[in-house]
Design a protein around this ligand. Structure first.
Ligand code: BEZ
Length: 241
Protein backbone atom coordinates (compact mmCIF):
# COMPACT_ATOMS: atom_id res chain seq x y z
CA UNK A 1 0.00 0.00 0.00
CA UNK A 2 1.53 3.38 -0.99
CA UNK A 3 1.32 6.52 1.17
CA UNK A 4 -1.66 7.95 -0.75
CA UNK A 5 -3.59 4.70 -0.42
CA UNK A 6 -2.78 4.60 3.29
CA UNK A 7 -4.06 8.16 3.67
CA UNK A 8 -7.26 7.30 1.78
CA UNK A 9 -7.95 4.25 3.92
CA UNK A 10 -10.96 4.99 6.04
CA UNK A 11 -10.82 3.75 9.60
CA UNK A 12 -14.25 2.47 10.59
CA UNK A 13 -15.00 1.70 14.23
CA UNK A 14 -17.37 -1.22 14.50
CA UNK A 15 -20.40 -2.19 16.55
CA UNK A 16 -19.33 -3.93 19.75
CA UNK A 17 -16.00 -2.09 19.94
CA UNK A 18 -14.92 0.52 22.46
CA UNK A 19 -15.60 4.06 21.22
CA UNK A 20 -12.22 5.50 20.13
CA UNK A 21 -11.15 8.02 22.78
CA UNK A 22 -10.36 11.67 22.05
CA UNK A 23 -10.15 15.09 23.66
CA UNK A 24 -11.77 17.94 21.72
CA UNK A 25 -12.72 21.60 21.87
CA UNK A 26 -16.47 22.16 21.65
CA UNK A 27 -18.99 24.98 21.90
CA UNK A 28 -19.46 23.89 25.54
CA UNK A 29 -15.75 23.70 26.44
CA UNK A 30 -13.29 20.83 26.22
CA UNK A 31 -14.62 17.29 26.37
CA UNK A 32 -12.89 13.99 27.07
CA UNK A 33 -14.69 11.35 25.09
CA UNK A 34 -16.09 8.86 25.98
CA UNK A 35 -14.61 9.03 29.49
CA UNK A 36 -16.72 11.89 30.80
CA UNK A 37 -19.93 10.24 29.56
CA UNK A 38 -19.41 7.05 31.56
CA UNK A 39 -22.76 5.82 32.90
CA UNK A 40 -24.71 7.63 30.17
CA UNK A 41 -25.77 6.82 26.64
CA UNK A 42 -24.36 9.17 24.01
CA UNK A 43 -25.32 9.87 20.44
CA UNK A 44 -22.20 11.18 18.71
CA UNK A 45 -23.18 12.53 15.32
CA UNK A 46 -21.46 14.40 12.50
CA UNK A 47 -22.77 16.87 9.97
CA UNK A 48 -21.10 18.06 6.76
CA UNK A 49 -20.88 21.82 7.32
CA UNK A 50 -22.13 24.79 9.31
CA UNK A 51 -24.34 27.30 7.49
CA UNK A 52 -25.92 24.69 5.20
CA UNK A 53 -29.65 24.02 4.94
CA UNK A 54 -30.01 20.29 5.65
CA UNK A 55 -27.65 20.57 8.65
CA UNK A 56 -29.60 23.55 9.96
CA UNK A 57 -32.89 21.63 9.80
CA UNK A 58 -31.21 18.73 11.62
CA UNK A 59 -29.63 20.87 14.33
CA UNK A 60 -32.91 22.59 15.09
CA UNK A 61 -34.55 19.18 15.40
CA UNK A 62 -31.77 17.70 17.56
CA UNK A 63 -31.90 20.72 19.87
CA UNK A 64 -35.69 20.56 20.12
CA UNK A 65 -35.52 16.87 21.03
CA UNK A 66 -32.55 17.13 23.40
CA UNK A 67 -34.72 16.85 26.55
CA UNK A 68 -36.52 13.80 25.14
CA UNK A 69 -33.18 12.04 24.61
CA UNK A 70 -31.98 13.16 28.06
CA UNK A 71 -35.11 11.49 29.46
CA UNK A 72 -33.54 8.22 28.31
CA UNK A 73 -30.20 9.10 29.94
CA UNK A 74 -28.77 10.02 26.53
CA UNK A 75 -26.57 13.02 25.76
CA UNK A 76 -26.02 14.47 22.30
CA UNK A 77 -22.61 15.44 20.92
CA UNK A 78 -22.26 16.94 17.43
CA UNK A 79 -19.23 17.33 15.18
CA UNK A 80 -18.22 18.93 11.92
CA UNK A 81 -14.86 19.77 10.41
CA UNK A 82 -15.58 23.50 10.84
CA UNK A 83 -13.86 25.68 13.44
CA UNK A 84 -15.21 26.86 16.78
CA UNK A 85 -15.99 30.43 15.65
CA UNK A 86 -17.95 29.16 12.67
CA UNK A 87 -19.91 26.87 15.02
CA UNK A 88 -20.64 29.73 17.41
CA UNK A 89 -21.75 32.08 14.61
CA UNK A 90 -23.95 29.41 13.00
CA UNK A 91 -25.66 28.43 16.25
CA UNK A 92 -26.26 32.11 17.02
CA UNK A 93 -27.83 32.59 13.58
CA UNK A 94 -30.07 29.58 14.18
CA UNK A 95 -31.23 31.00 17.50
CA UNK A 96 -31.72 34.56 16.36
CA UNK A 97 -32.97 34.22 12.80
CA UNK A 98 -34.27 30.82 11.75
CA UNK A 99 -37.91 29.82 12.05
CA UNK A 100 -38.56 26.41 10.59
CA UNK A 101 -41.53 24.05 10.90
CA UNK A 102 -42.82 25.68 14.07
CA UNK A 103 -39.34 25.77 15.66
CA UNK A 104 -37.97 29.17 16.58
CA UNK A 105 -35.55 30.70 19.07
CA UNK A 106 -33.81 27.32 19.15
CA UNK A 107 -30.77 27.20 21.39
CA UNK A 108 -28.28 24.37 20.86
CA UNK A 109 -27.07 23.52 24.34
CA UNK A 110 -25.24 20.28 23.61
CA UNK A 111 -21.54 20.35 22.62
CA UNK A 112 -20.56 20.79 18.98
CA UNK A 113 -16.98 19.63 18.37
CA UNK A 114 -14.60 21.66 16.21
CA UNK A 115 -12.52 19.30 14.12
CA UNK A 116 -10.61 21.36 11.57
CA UNK A 117 -7.85 18.77 11.28
CA UNK A 118 -10.43 15.97 10.93
CA UNK A 119 -8.70 14.00 13.68
CA UNK A 120 -11.92 12.82 15.30
CA UNK A 121 -13.85 12.50 12.02
CA UNK A 122 -11.16 10.20 10.63
CA UNK A 123 -11.05 8.10 13.80
CA UNK A 124 -14.78 7.50 13.48
CA UNK A 125 -14.93 6.85 9.73
CA UNK A 126 -16.96 10.02 9.22
CA UNK A 127 -14.88 11.11 6.22
CA UNK A 128 -15.91 8.91 3.33
CA UNK A 129 -13.98 10.12 0.26
CA UNK A 130 -16.42 8.66 -2.26
CA UNK A 131 -19.01 11.07 -0.84
CA UNK A 132 -16.67 13.94 0.15
CA UNK A 133 -13.05 14.16 1.25
CA UNK A 134 -13.53 17.60 2.81
CA UNK A 135 -16.77 17.12 4.73
CA UNK A 136 -18.06 14.53 7.19
CA UNK A 137 -21.01 12.40 6.15
CA UNK A 138 -24.04 12.32 8.45
CA UNK A 139 -22.87 9.62 10.86
CA UNK A 140 -24.71 8.58 14.02
CA UNK A 141 -22.93 6.53 16.70
CA UNK A 142 -24.86 5.16 19.69
CA UNK A 143 -22.47 4.60 22.58
CA UNK A 144 -23.65 2.83 25.70
CA UNK A 145 -22.91 3.68 29.36
CA UNK A 146 -19.83 1.43 29.23
CA UNK A 147 -18.39 3.27 26.20
CA UNK A 148 -19.24 0.51 23.70
CA UNK A 149 -20.50 1.35 20.21
CA UNK A 150 -23.92 -0.25 19.88
CA UNK A 151 -25.32 1.08 16.60
CA UNK A 152 -23.91 3.05 13.67
CA UNK A 153 -26.04 4.75 11.02
CA UNK A 154 -24.68 6.67 8.05
CA UNK A 155 -26.59 9.05 5.79
CA UNK A 156 -25.21 10.86 2.73
CA UNK A 157 -24.74 14.64 2.53
CA UNK A 158 -27.99 15.24 0.71
CA UNK A 159 -30.36 13.45 3.11
CA UNK A 160 -31.47 14.69 6.52
CA UNK A 161 -31.84 12.10 9.27
CA UNK A 162 -35.16 10.63 10.46
CA UNK A 163 -35.49 11.62 14.12
CA UNK A 164 -38.33 9.22 14.90
CA UNK A 165 -35.93 6.46 13.86
CA UNK A 166 -33.01 7.91 15.87
CA UNK A 167 -35.22 7.89 18.97
CA UNK A 168 -36.69 4.46 18.21
CA UNK A 169 -33.19 2.96 17.98
CA UNK A 170 -32.30 4.31 21.42
CA UNK A 171 -35.48 2.93 23.02
CA UNK A 172 -34.93 -0.38 21.23
CA UNK A 173 -31.32 -0.75 22.40
CA UNK A 174 -32.29 -0.03 25.99
CA UNK A 175 -35.30 -2.37 25.82
CA UNK A 176 -33.24 -5.21 24.32
CA UNK A 177 -30.69 -4.82 27.13
CA UNK A 178 -33.23 -4.50 29.94
CA UNK A 179 -35.42 -7.47 28.96
CA UNK A 180 -32.90 -9.71 27.13
CA UNK A 181 -35.04 -9.76 24.01
CA UNK A 182 -34.63 -8.87 20.34
CA UNK A 183 -36.89 -6.54 18.40
CA UNK A 184 -38.55 -7.40 15.10
CA UNK A 185 -38.86 -5.33 11.95
CA UNK A 186 -40.46 -1.91 12.49
CA UNK A 187 -40.76 -2.57 16.24
CA UNK A 188 -42.30 0.19 18.30
CA UNK A 189 -42.69 0.14 22.12
CA UNK A 190 -45.81 -1.90 22.90
CA UNK A 191 -45.34 -4.30 19.98
CA UNK A 192 -44.48 -7.97 20.63
CA UNK A 193 -40.79 -8.71 21.18
CA UNK A 194 -38.71 -11.71 20.14
CA UNK A 195 -37.49 -14.11 22.76
CA UNK A 196 -34.11 -15.77 22.26
CA UNK A 197 -34.15 -18.96 20.20
CA UNK A 198 -34.60 -22.07 22.33
CA UNK A 199 -31.40 -24.05 22.77
CA UNK A 200 -32.99 -27.47 22.32
CA UNK A 201 -35.87 -29.14 20.50
CA UNK A 202 -37.53 -30.05 23.81
CA UNK A 203 -37.60 -26.46 24.98
CA UNK A 204 -38.83 -25.32 21.58
CA UNK A 205 -41.62 -27.92 21.55
CA UNK A 206 -42.73 -26.93 25.06
CA UNK A 207 -42.71 -23.32 24.01
CA UNK A 208 -44.88 -24.01 21.00
CA UNK A 209 -47.37 -25.96 23.11
CA UNK A 210 -47.37 -23.51 25.97
CA UNK A 211 -50.50 -21.48 26.57
CA UNK A 212 -48.54 -18.55 27.93
CA UNK A 213 -48.35 -15.11 26.35
CA UNK A 214 -45.77 -16.52 23.99
CA UNK A 215 -46.57 -16.92 20.32
CA UNK A 216 -44.41 -19.21 18.16
CA UNK A 217 -44.41 -18.98 14.38
CA UNK A 218 -41.92 -21.86 14.21
CA UNK A 219 -39.32 -23.35 16.57
CA UNK A 220 -36.83 -20.53 15.87
CA UNK A 221 -39.28 -17.62 15.93
CA UNK A 222 -41.18 -16.92 19.16
CA UNK A 223 -42.53 -13.62 20.42
CA UNK A 224 -44.15 -12.42 23.61
CA UNK A 225 -46.04 -9.35 24.71
CA UNK A 226 -44.14 -6.53 26.35
CA UNK A 227 -46.23 -3.54 27.29
CA UNK A 228 -45.16 0.06 26.93
CA UNK A 229 -45.73 0.70 30.63
CA UNK A 230 -43.53 -2.21 31.65
CA UNK A 231 -40.76 -0.87 29.42
CA UNK A 232 -41.07 2.66 30.80
CA UNK A 233 -41.03 1.37 34.37
CA UNK A 234 -37.92 -0.76 33.92
CA UNK A 235 -35.97 1.81 31.92
CA UNK A 236 -36.76 4.45 34.55
CA UNK A 237 -35.56 2.11 37.29
CA UNK A 238 -32.34 1.38 35.41
CA UNK A 239 -31.66 5.11 35.01
CA UNK A 240 -31.83 5.54 38.78
CA UNK A 241 -29.15 2.84 39.36
C1 BEZ B 1 -26.68 20.68 3.75
O1 BEZ B 1 -26.61 20.49 4.96
O2 BEZ B 1 -27.59 21.28 3.23
C2 BEZ B 1 -25.59 20.13 2.87
C3 BEZ B 1 -24.29 20.10 3.33
C4 BEZ B 1 -23.31 19.62 2.51
C5 BEZ B 1 -23.62 19.17 1.24
C6 BEZ B 1 -24.93 19.18 0.82
C7 BEZ B 1 -25.92 19.66 1.62
Amino acid sequence: MDEQQKEDTVMMPRIGEKAPPFTAVTTQGEIKFPEQYKGKWVILFSHPADFTPVCTSEFMTFATLEKKFAGLNCQLVGLSVDGLYSHIAWLRTIKEKIRYKGMKDVEVKFPLIEDIKMDVAKKYGMIQPGESSTKAVRAVFYIDPKGIIRTIIYYPLSLGRNFDELYRVLVALQTADAFSVALPADWQPGDDVIIPTAGSCGVAKKRMESKSEMKCYDWFFCTKKLGKMEIDKKLKKMRRK
